[in-house]
Structures are given as structure tokens and as C-alpha cells.
Design a protein around this ligand. Structure first.
Ligand SMILES: NC(=O)c1ccc[n+]([C@@H]2O[C@H](COP(=O)([O-])OP(=O)(O)OC[C@H]3O[C@@H](n4cnc5c(N)ncnc54)[C@H](O)[C@@H]3O)[C@@H](O)[C@H]2O)c1
Length: 347
């Protein structure tokens, strides 16, 4: 068990990696608990949940709506949960985002913690305190930043994840390696067989490294005024691809990262060898390099990106493996790059 502490102004959170998830019973109060989960997680793990009221949501992004929060808050009131209550999210990024937001607004804020059950939520979604729900198809429009008291990341829970979900999370781990941890990058290169077989000992170590990096960034810049922006590496093109092709987040981010690496080379910020290594790693894990999306569709979607300010956009480049920088660049430049890239023969 490794415990990573995240202290930010006004809050203290710990990510417990390698802890057996059932031990969550020792971390929560004796009464006043609402457990939030989804149908898939409940079907596999529900029998061993702590004995408290459980609210089971339909799985997937469609549950991330304000109406879900209203509904859950109503049920919590009915269950007699007051300001001394506690929200425990047991699930992936969707459940944790909902549980965190609910806890931050119910009775003006009550305590919360997560058992994080997907690779994506273990390496990304449940560290950093961002939460929220979508609005009219636009992601995470309404939410807060609030650290959970604890997050349990039990690698054994990753063994029941469908392959597509596992690979989707792995892309975020690769992102961490590219922007901040060249040793992690090498481990992902050298041990790809074990990673794909989900060796739990190795996963515990890889998840720890990923969380450690994200925690460092969040401690320095909780509200994304600066450094935290680097976590968006691959996301400008990635989000556009995700919307255009309706693919799982990680697969879209993987192509976004390949594009961002290429753009970094074109800008003279990164050597071609590093970009080639990145492409090779992405291919090793089976991600497609070229998104089949027309430049005009990419243009439309990038112009609506939330990270845009006026005619510029914060774009994350790499200067080598394990090093990222963010720059404000004209949106037109980003789109022109994609136009050039999409007509280039791909090797
Ligand atoms: N708050 C943040 O900082 C942050 C960061 C990244 C992503 N996110 C959010 O996370 C969400 C995506 O998270 P996700 O990829 O974990 O999706 P998810 O929560 O929908 O889980 C994916 C699928 O796996 C199932 N599942 C979960 N755990 C399982 C397990 N152990 N075994 C078997 N099946 C299991 C779920 O029921 C679901 O069908 C998005 O809404 C995204 O916006 C938030």
C-alpha cells in the first residue's frame, strides 16, 4: 500500500494505491453514508459493499446530468442524511464525478471519498478534485473543484474491466509518461506484455507513478491557472476526435497525442526521434494513429473548445519525452497544422 498525500489550500486528501477495496469500511463514518455506484459495478462488487443505503445509477456518461444530482439529493434527504453525512462513490470516472459534485453541494458540502474502479479514474479522474456533470451534450459544464478525503485504487478491481475500458484508461497513463515521467514511458515500452495482461503488481507501481505526477501538478496549481494545463496534452485534437467519432476518451486522446507530438516537431520544440518513439508506443498498445476526421469537422470542433480564449488556444507541446510546455497559439495555426497533416502520407 502506498499513500500519496495531496494538500492544497483548505483541503487534505489521500490516494491509497494497492489497498484492498473492502477496507473502505474502516475509512468511513459508522452512519449517515450514501453509496453511489453504477449497475455494472454493483453487479460485480455490490455483495461486499459496506452496509449503507446504495444508490445505483445506469452506467455511462448519460448519468452525468443535473437531474441525477437532484434525484440523489432527494433520496439522501429521505434517508435522513444530514450535514454530518458522507458520500462514498464506488465506480469509474462517471460515478466519482457525480459523487464528488453531489457531496460538494448537498447541504452546502459534506464529506466524501471514492473507491476508484476503472484505470481511467485511478490514474486521472479521481485525483485532483475536479467533479461535475454535463449540460446539453457539453461535458463538465457544471461542477466544482473539491478534494475527496480519500481515494482507494485497488488494482485487483481492474481485472474485471472490459478490454476497451482498460485500454481507454491506459492512454491517460501514457499521457502522464509523455508529459512528465520518462521512466514510466520506458516501463510501458519494456513491459507492454505484462501491462496488457494486467499484472496487478506492475499495475500498482504504474498507477502510483501516474498519481504521484498528477498530485504534484495539482498541489502546485489546483485551479488550473498555469501548470495544470499540461494535463491537457493531446486533448485539443483528442476531444474533437472523441466528439466526431464517438470513440472512448482514451482512444481519441491517443490520436490527439500523436498529432500533438507531430505538431511539436513541426514547431521545432521536440526532436523527431522522440515523436517516433511516442508513435511506436501508441501503436504497440493498438491505438490508431490517424483519426479519420475531415479538417473541416476538426476545425468546427476545435473552434468550440473550452480551452479557447478569443482567437487563441492553450496548446500543450512536448519538448521531449517526460517534458511538456503550454503555449497560447492562434486557433488558425492549430487547424492549418491538421490540414497539412491530414494530407500527408502516413507511415
Ligand atoms: N474529474 C476529473 O478530473 C476527470 C478526469 C478524466 C475524466 N473524467 C470523467 O471520467 C468519466 C469517464 O470515466 P471512466 O472511463 O472511468 O468511465 P465510467 O465511469 O463510465 O466507467 C466505464 C465503464 O466501466 C464500468 N466499470 C467500472 N468499473 C468497473 C470494474 N471494476 N469492472 C467492470 N466494469 C467496470 C462502468 O460501469 C462503465 O460501464 C468521464 O465522464 C470524464 O469526464 C473526469
Amino acid at each position: 500500500l502506498e499513500i500519496i498525500h495531496i494538500e492544497t489550500p483548505g483541503s487534505r486528501s489521500e490516494v491509497r494505491i494497492g489497498e484492498e477495496w473492502r477496507r473502505v469500511a474502516h475509512l468511513i463514518p459508522e452512519r449517515g453514508i450514501a453509496i453511489i455506484t453504477d449497475e455494472n459495478v454493483f453487479a460485480i462488487y455490490g455483495n461486499n459493499f459496506p452496509s449503507s443505503p446504495v444508490f445505483v445509477l445506469p452506467p455511462g456518461e448519460r448519468s452525468k446530468q443535473l437531474s441525477t444530482i437532484e434525484d440523489l439529493a432527494g433520496k439522501m434527504l429521505e434517508s435522513g442524511i444530514d450535514r454530518s453525512g458522507f458520500v462514498l462513490g464506488i465506480g469509474g470516472g462517471v460515478v466519482c464525478d457525480i459523487a464528488g459534485f453531489l457531496a460538494s453541494v448537498y447541504m452546502r458540502g459534506i464529506r466524501c471519498g471514492y473507491v476508484s474502479t476503472t484505470l481511467l479514474s485511478q490514474v486521472d479522474a479521481s485525483t485532483g478534485g475536479k467533479n461535475g456533470v454535463d449540460l446539453g451534450g457539453v461535458k463538465n459544464v457544471i461542477g466544482t473543484i473539491r478534494q475527496p478525503e480519500f481515494v482507494i485504487c485497488d488494482p485487483e478491481m481492474l481485472l474485471t474491466l472490459p478490454a476497451e475500458e482498460y485500454l481507454s484508461g491506459l492512454a491517460e497513463m501514457i499521457k502522464t509518461a509523455i508529459i512528465g515521467d520518462s521512466d514510466l514511458f520506458r516501463m510501458l515500452e519494456d513491459h507492454h506484455g505484462e501491462v496488457l495482461r494486467r499484472d496487478t503488481g506492475l499495475l500498482e507501481m504504474l498507477v502510483s507513478r501516474s498519481v504521484r505526477f498528477k498530485a504534484k501538478v495539482v498541489i502546485e496549481d489546483e485551479n488550473e491557472k498555469g501548470l495544470r494545463r499540461i494535463l491537457n496534452f493531446g486533448h485539443t485534437f483528442g476531444h474533437a476526435v472523441e466528439t466526431a467519432l464517438s470513440v472512448r476518451h482514451g482512444f481519441a486522446i491517443a490520436s490527439g497525442m500523436a498529432l500533438a507530438a507531430e505538431f511539436s516537431v513541426e514547431k521545432g520544440l521536440c526532436g523527431i526521434d522522440d515523436a517516433t518513439r511516442i508513435n511506436r508506443l501508441l501503436q504497440l498498445y493498438g491505438y490508431d494513429k490517424i483519426p479519420d476526421v475531415s479538417p473541416s469537422r476538426i476545425e468546427e470542433l476545435v473552434r468550440h473548445d473550452k480551452k479557447k480564449s478569443g482567437d487563441d488556444i492553450w496548446f500543450v507541446f512536448i519538448t521531449g519525452i517526460g517534458q511538456a510546455v503550454f503555449r497560447k497559439v492562434p486557433v488558425n495555426e492549430v487547424i492549418d497544422f491538421y490540414k497539412r497533416f491530414s494530407v500527408k502520407p502516413q507511415g
